[in-house]
Structures are given as structure tokens and as C-alpha cells.
Design a binder for this molecule. Structure first.
Ligand code: ADP
Ligand code: ZN
Length: 816
């Protein structure tokens, strides 16, 4: 009987791929091992073994696999189970989940290697210019890759040139697999065999009297060797003996020392400190409450005001799990913002903290993966942003989702478009573990689940140390402008408070949810404003670089001096961003130090850390920033928070805009007065009577919740109804229109009035692609699985229409 293997390929196609395998392979292969398989014309992919069976595919002749890449599975059963759920719930292929889950270095790539054939030297007219460049490069090096060719020819599409050379018999093509992951090796040094004997040693030292530097190295080696049996690295020896590596090399060359390599993990853990906290009475009550609720409920929401000490409660819960030899997953909305937290946890748990960081290199992520697979090591607490939940856990005891309301938990692009909080709860269930969701401003969804008794609920209403929540004052901008009490974008009240805070030696945070200098440049003569050529949006002025930039596609151009339409030099700016606030701060408070934290100032690898550090160390007095400032940062000396303009948050066209405004403002406000003195918050707005602002200023979360939930009922939105957003994209305006009409009509035939659209979003063209949205609302009693099956059917028929096939369709379940 012949054997076959179903595999998962890291591609968006939703079907199983079957290959032919030998009897021996069939007994060796286990689910979750990687295999290299041929795919398409001459590609090699890394696939994941899913199932060995004996039923031959009928529709096609299966190919055979190239090779097995693992000795043992590197993806576990429970992972595969979880991936399956994600792919079904979020309507994507298993391969897309696999690609999101596995570090790139695990997914071996086929790279085309070019080599030169031994043919006689052809005459000059034989080559085109491009071909000659490649031929010449191969005179100097034996192989080239496609990327090298791109570099030589300075362009992307090089395959035709390569094909040309292949046809002329100059090149060989060869598909080659290579392991991308390279363990980091450190060079160590030891005494060569012959010298370990004492007699020889004496003779040696005698001999080295004429080479005092080498003698010095050797003596240092002995000292180091006698005090510790740890391997001695070349760099350490060189440092301790104050000698160059040249001298060490001379000793190696003489055969006195030998060098060897050892692999080290590049995720080097911090030292553990013995520092245990004593919980306050309120914290103890909350902790007990959580543990009590876990006896009946799988999920508990910890609703604790900002700075109530939620983190310390997590720490106690983690401690307990590690004591039981269980693993803990700690999810954060954005790992880059949480160096503070990682440090805090490392002081408690030392090297048992594993950080899974999207900014880590692929190699570093492979190491975390391998650590988790190694079930013989002590269990870990894994901290990471959303993709950490796709790691190979084996005995998870607790999942913590901190700042559970954060929208960055939802993956937007590419698929799988999963919500990490929800996927984490499912993961936790698979492991029979518990989930704790924490927030000062829970999402309406989660609070609703708690109210429905689906989740447990524990509340912490006071701050740690009984510091009062900040005093929040609303400043009426319309009135201030009328009375001419404004300087730039600062009201007199804000200026007073900032001055006072600085005088007292405290720090200030100023929040403005836009980056750049101003979002619109407008000609006062003709009203024209410069637009992005690729997107349907006006360009933002960035004064610092003297540029106009598009925040959607990155397009930029030098700032214009006069209007492109009428030619008059009458350009004005409208609206303002963080750059402008920073400018104004410098003029209003020339003696203070100001820093800015937004996407533009935090691009480098450690840029964040630097800004946070200098603010913590009080080298900076005033920090201006976007919503990056809101996410769980713990600064000890901030007394004042200023929200420059609340209105652009409130007026955002989205059913979650009010909920989000509340969360954002409550969270930024929460940065004020975290230690002993009460903080102050000023919110500048044209609508001081807006309900949300009233609720923020009185810290009335429940009131906000009740009001928002009513709206969700009336307008049929989550958490009452579920939603699936269908987005269609294409560069041709008419085609996207026709396609959207067709799709929408088909959906309506099944779901009737619960289909909204199709509709262009506020920014209807991005990167030259027109965008149209359809929203499907799913009533509480409607079967979710069958709903998705109906959509899939429509999607398949859609893709069967030739004209529609080039239109990209994106299904976003529980769109955020
Ligand atoms: P939250 O996460 O609820 O915003 P944190 O856990 O960051 O609050 O706590 C706020 C501040 O109070 C932190 O600086 C923290 O170190 C301190 N803190 C909280 N609980 C304790 C405790 N039991 N002992 C000492 N300091 C604490
Ligand atoms: Zn653009």
C-alpha cells in the first residue's frame, strides 16, 4: 500500500496538500514535523506534516516530498488544535496561521543559486548589457543569488535576464534549501593537551620569558581558570589580561592554547533579585477574589483603576503557577512600550522570564521557541505581544491579558486577523488553564461578558498607597478663543498649570493624537490643499524635515513655498500635531527640556527606551506625545497631564469612537500622580458638556458603559451583534464598485437587512487602491458557523467570476 502525507503550506490557499511518501518515511514522520516539498514549477517550500494516510488523491498525481527536516515535531498537538480554531473562526487558511506563528528562520526558503557553466568565452555581441554585468560578476565569485542580481542591476525584476542567460547556456539554476537560523557562537580558549602536565608548564613559562606579553596572557588564564571552572571566552581573556586578541592568537598558533566554539543564546536573561512586595489590604482582597472566582470561572476580569497595583497582583499569581511547574503567558498590547514591565518582572523571576519580541531577530525568536519545546527545563513565563500566543506551550496554567481593551490586540493585516485576547482565552481553554484580563478601562465586550456572568469580575477602586485619582478639569476652548485667552494651542489655564508644575519640580505630559506639525496645508486664496498622489488624503506638514508627508503610504515631498493651484504664496496650516506642540512648548517654556514621543521619534531599535529613560531620569520636564503615552507606562514624577484637544478623538467616524475616547483619556490621565501627590489633568475641548468628557472627568466608567451599551443595542453593534467586515480593494475604481455591488447583493440574498453598504471609507484610496467596505451584522441567535459557511460560499462564487478575481477581498471577523 502506498502512503501519503497531508501537509500545511504557509500560503493563503484553504485546502490540504497531499504528497507521496515512502513506507519508511511514513513510519518516521509525526504530526508537527517539517518537511521540504516541491510546489508549483520549481519552488521548494517548508511544509508542516499534518496527517499520514493511505487514500490516494483522485484529482491529481501527488508529488513526492524532498526531505524530512526535523527529528521530532516542532509544533505541538495543542498548537495545531489552536491554529485550527483560529483559521476557522477568523476565516483564513491554516497556512496563514502557520506563517504568523513560526519564526521565518523555521520556514526554510528555496533560494535560487546561480552558477556559471564552463563554456568558451563568447564574443562581445553575444550579451546584452545586463547579461554581461552578471556574467562578469560570476568571473569574480562562484555563485550568485537572485537578490545579488537585483543589487547588481539595481532593480527588482530580474528573472527575464536570468532566463536569457540560462537559455544561452551560460548559467545553471539550482534550487537549494538552507537553514536560515544560525546559532550565535562564542570563541573560548583552553590550554592545549600537551601543557596540562606541570613539568611542561614550567618549561613553557621559562620559554615565554622572552615574550612577556604572551606570558601575561597565560598567567591571567591560570588565575581565571583556578577561580572558576566556567569556560573562558577569548574576549574575556583579552579584557582581563589587557592584551589584544593578536597576542592570544600568537599563543594559539604556537599550539600552547586551543580555541573552541560554544553556542550561546542571544536572549541573555537578567539577574534575579530577591525583592518581594507586600500587597496592600485591597490588593490581598482582590487576589483572593480572583483565586476564588477561578474555582468557578475560566476567565476573570480585573477592573482596577490606573495605578491600583494590578501588576503586583499578577506577580503573585505568576509566582504560584511557577511553583506548580506551570507555564504562564503574559500578553501586552505592544512590547516595545513595556520595557518597564519586563524589567519589573525580571527582578522577580530572573531567567524564567522569556520575552517574545516582534523586534527581536528571527534567530532570537527561534531560541524562545526551542526553549519552550524543551520540557526538561523549568517552566517559563512568556511575555509578549499578540503573536506570543502562537508559541508551543505544553502546560499552561495562567494567561494574563494586560490592558485587555487595547485595540492593537487585533491583528489588522495580514491574515490571520485574530484578536489576541479572544484567541488567548481559547488557548487557555485548550490547556485547561485560567485567563485573567486586566484593565482600568475594560472594553465594552469584556465588561458585558462579566455582567452576563460569563466572566468573573473583581474590582479595585483605589490606587495603591491611597493616592487620589487625578483631579480632572475641562477647559472650554470656544470660550478661551473668544476671550483671547489662548497662546497658540495653549489656554491660559494650561499655561498656568504647566508653569506651576515645573516650578514645583514635577513633570508634565502633553497629549495630542496627531503627529507631524499640521495635518492640512491650505491656500487662503483659492482653498486648495496638497493631496497625496497615491491616497485620497491630504498631506501632513512636517516642519522638522520641511516635508509634506502621507501618513498612509509614506509618500513625501519637500514643503511647497506657494500654492500648486493658484501660485500665490498664501499657504496656511490647519489643525496641529505633536511637532507643533513641541515647538510651542519651547517658546512658552524656554527653560525646560522637552521631548516628543510619536511614530516619528521612535523608529530606531532603542529609540523608545531612550525617551522613556530620559523621562524617568528627569532629564526631560515635558513629554509631548501621541497615544503611545497611554499604554501602561509608570512614571513616578508626573503631576500634570494636558490633553490638547479632545474633539478629534470624539468625532472619529466609528461606532467605537466614544468608548475609545473614554479609554484613551482615562489612560493618559492615569499617568498623573502615581506615587504620593495627587495629579492634575486638563482637557481642552470645544464640547465640555459632551457626556464622554463628563464621564472621564468624574471617573464614571459604569455610566459610560451603560450608555454605550444602550447605543450598541439600538444600532445593532458588538457586543450585542457580531460583525464581519468585507473589504474589497482594486486599483480600478469601476471594477471595485462592480465587485462590491455583486458581493453585497449576494450577501443580502442570504442575510437581508443585516448587510450594510457597500460604502467607501473616509479614506477611500490608499496606495492607489480603491477601497469599499461591506458590513455584515450577525444577530445574537444566528448560528455563527453557518453564517461563515454561507459567506465562504459567496466568496467562492465571487472568485469564480473572471473579472472579479483580481479584486482583493479581505474578511475581517469581529472587526476592530
Ligand atoms: P497598575 O498596573 O494598576 O496601573 P501598578 O501595578 O503599575 O498599577 O502599580 C502602581 C505603582 O504602585 C507602581 O509604581 C508599583 O510599583 C506600586 N505598587 C503597587 N503595589 C505595590 C505594593 N504592594 N508595594 C509597593 N509598591 C506597590
Ligand atoms: Zn499616500
Amino acid at each position: 500500500m502506498a502512503y501519503f502525507l497531508d501537509v500545511i503550506l504557509p500560503i493563503p490557499l484553504k485546502k490540504a496538500f497531499t504528497y507521496h511518501i515512502t513506507d519508511a518515511e511514513a513510519t518516521f514522520i509525526k504530526r508537527g514535523m517539517r518537511v521540504a516539498v516541491p510546489f508549483g514549477k520549481n519552488k521548494i517550500y517548508t511544509a508542516l506534516a499534518q496527517k499520514v494516510h493511505q487514500s490516494e488523491p483522485l484529482a491529481y498525481e501527488p508529488k513526492t516530498i524532498h526531505q524530512i527536516l526535523d527529528e521530532e515535531p516542532i509544533v505541538t498537538e495543542s498548537q495545531l488544535h489552536h491554529w485550527q480554531w483560529i483559521s476557522e473562526y477568523y476565516m483564513c487558511s491554516l497556512g496563514e496561521v502557520m506563517r504568523a506563528a513560526m519564526p521565518n528562520a523555521f520556514i526554510l526558503e528555496s533560494e535560487t543559486i546561480l552558477t556559471k557553466r564552463d563554456t568558451q568565452y563568447p564574443d562581445d555581441n553575444f550579451f546584452t548589457d545586463d547579461e554581461f554585468l552578471i556574467y562578469e560578476a560570476l568571473q569574480h565569485q562562484s555563485t550568485l543569488k537572485i537578490d545579488d542580481v537585483s543589487a547588481i542591476l539595481d532593480r527588482k525584476r530580474v528573472l527575464p535576464v536570468i532566463h536569457g542567460l540560462v537559455e544561452k547556456g551560460i548559467l545553471n539554476l539550482q534550487e537549494e534549501l538552507y537553514e536560515k537560523y544560525q546559532p550565535k557562537l562564542v570563541r573560548y580558549i583552553k590550554l592545549a593537551e600537551g601543557y596540562t602536565d606541570e613539568k611542561n608548564l614550567e618549561a613553557l613559562l621559562e620559554e615565554l620569558n622572552r615574550a612577556p606579553k604572551q606570558r601575561q596572557v597565560l598567567l591571567t588564564y591560570f588565575t581565571m581558570h583556578s577561580t572558576s571552572k566556567k569556560p573562558i571566552s577569548v574576549s574575556e581573556l583579552s579584557k582581563r589580561s589587557q592584551s589584544s586578541s593578536q597576542i592570544i592568537k600568537a599563543l594559539v598558533d604556537k599550539g600552547i592554547l586551543e580555541d573552541y566554539h560554544l553556542q550561546v543564546d542571544r536572549v541573555i536573561p537578567k539577574e534575579k533579585q530577591d525583592k518581594s512586595v507586600v500587597l496592600s489590604k485591597e490588593q490581598v482582597t482582590a487576589l483572593k477574589g480572583i483565586e476564588h472566582q477561578f474555582q468557578q470561572k475560566d476567565v476573570v476580569l480585573l477592573h482596577g483603576v490606573t495605578s491600583s497595583g494590578k501588576t503586583e497582583i499578577y506577580v503573585k499569581l505568576i509566582e504560584k503557577q511557577l511553583g506548580l511547574n506551570k507555564q504562564v503567558l503574559y500578553l501586552l498590547p505592544e512590547i516595545a512600550l513595556t520595557t518597564q514591565l519586563v524589567q519589573r518582572l525580571q527582578t522577580y523571576f530572573g531567567d524564567r522570564v522569556a520575552v517574545f519580541h516582534s523586534r527581536y531577530s528571527s534567530n532570537e525568536r527561534v531560541e524562545v521557541w526551542r526553549h519552550l519545546l524543551d520540557t526538561s527545563t523549568p517552566s517559563k513565563i512568556v511575555i509578549g505581544a499578540r503573536s506570543a500566543l502562537l508559541l508551543p506551550f505544553f502546560n499552561l496554567g495562567l494567561v494574563i491579558v494586560d490592558e485587555e481593551h487595547e485595540q492593537s490586540y487585533k491583528q489588522f493585516d495580514p491574515a490571520p486577523r485574530y484578536h489576541a485576547r479572544d484567541a488567548a482565552i481559547v488557548l487557555s481553554n485548550i490547556h485547561n488553564s485560567k485567563s485573567l484580563l486586566g484593565s482600568a478601562t475594560p472594553s465594552i465586550e469584556t465588561y458585558y461578558n462579566a455582567q452576563q456572568n460569563k466572566y468573573g469580575l473583581i474590582e479595585l477602586k483605589t490606587r495603591y498607597n491611597n493616592v487620589l485619582l487625578p483631579d480632572i478639569e475641562l477647559v472650554d476652548l470656544a470660550d478661551k478663543y473668544k476671550r483671547k485667552h489662548m497662546k497658540g494651542h495653549f489656554s491660559d489655564r494650561l499655561i498656568e498649570e504647566v508653569s506651576e508644575t515645573l516650578q514645583e519640580g514635577h513633570q508634565v505630559i502633553l497629549f495630542q493624537n496627531r503627529r507631524g506639525f499640521s495635518p492640512i496645508v491650505e491656500c487662503t486664496t483659492c482653498g486648495h490643499s496638497p493631496q497625496c498622489p497615491n491616497c485620497d488624503v491630504s498631506l501632513t506638514y512636517h516642519q522638522y524635515r520641511d516635508q509634506l508627508r502621507c501618513h498612509y503610504c509614506g509618500y513625501n515631498t519637500v514643503m511647497i513655498k506657494s500654492c500648486e493651484a493658484c501660485g500665490n504664496a498664501t499657504l496656511d496650516t490647519k489643525g496641529f500635531g505633536t511637532e507643533q506642540i513641541e515647538e510651542e512648548v519651547k517658546q512658552l517654556f524656554p527653560k525646560s527640556n522637552v521631548a516628543r514621543m510619536d511614530l516619528d521619534t521612535t523608529r530606531g531599535k532603542f529609540a523608545f527606551e531612550k525617551i522613556i529613560h530620559s523621562f524617568e531620569n528627569r532629564e526631560v520636564d515635558i513629554l509631548v506625545g501621541t497615544q503611545m503615552l497611554t499604554k501602561g507606562l509608570d512614571f513616578r514624577h508626573v503631576k500634570l497631564v494636558g490633553i490638547m484637544n479632545a474633539d478629534n478623538l470624539l468625532n472619529f467616524p466609528d461606532f467605537r469612537a466614544h468608548e475609545r475616547s473614554y479609554q484613551l483619556m482615562a489612560q493618559v490621565s492615569g499617568r498623573a500622580g502615581r506615587t504620593d501627590i495627587r495629579g492634575k489633568v486638563l482637557i481642552q475641548t470645544y464640547n465640555p458638556h459632551h457626556n464622554i468628557l463628563q464621564q472621564v472627568s468624574t471617573n464614571s466608567y459604569e455610566e459610560m458603559y451603560v450608555e454605550q451599551l444602550n447605543e450598541r443595542y439600538s444600532y445593532k453593534y458588538p457586543p450585542i451583534f457580531r460583525i464581519i467586515k468585507v473589504t474589497l480593494k482594486h486599483k480600478d475604481y469601476n471594477r471595485v464598485n462592480q465587485a462590491a455591488e455583486w458581493y453585497c447583493k449576494s450577501l443580502r440574498q442570504v442575510f437581508g437587512a443585516y448587510v450594510l453598504g457597500p460604502e467607501f471609507p473616509p479614506v477611500s484610496r490608499i496606495r492607489n487602491q480603491f477601497i469599499k467596505n461591506i458590513l455584515l451584522k450577525i444577530p445574537p441567535n444566528q448560528n455563527l458557523k453557518r453564517t461563515k459557511e454561507a459567506i465562504t460560499k459567496i466568496d467562492n462564487s465571487f472568485n469564480a467570476v473572471k473579472d472579479f478575481r483580481p479584486v482583493r477581498v479581505i474578511l475581517n471577523v469581529d472587526n476592530y
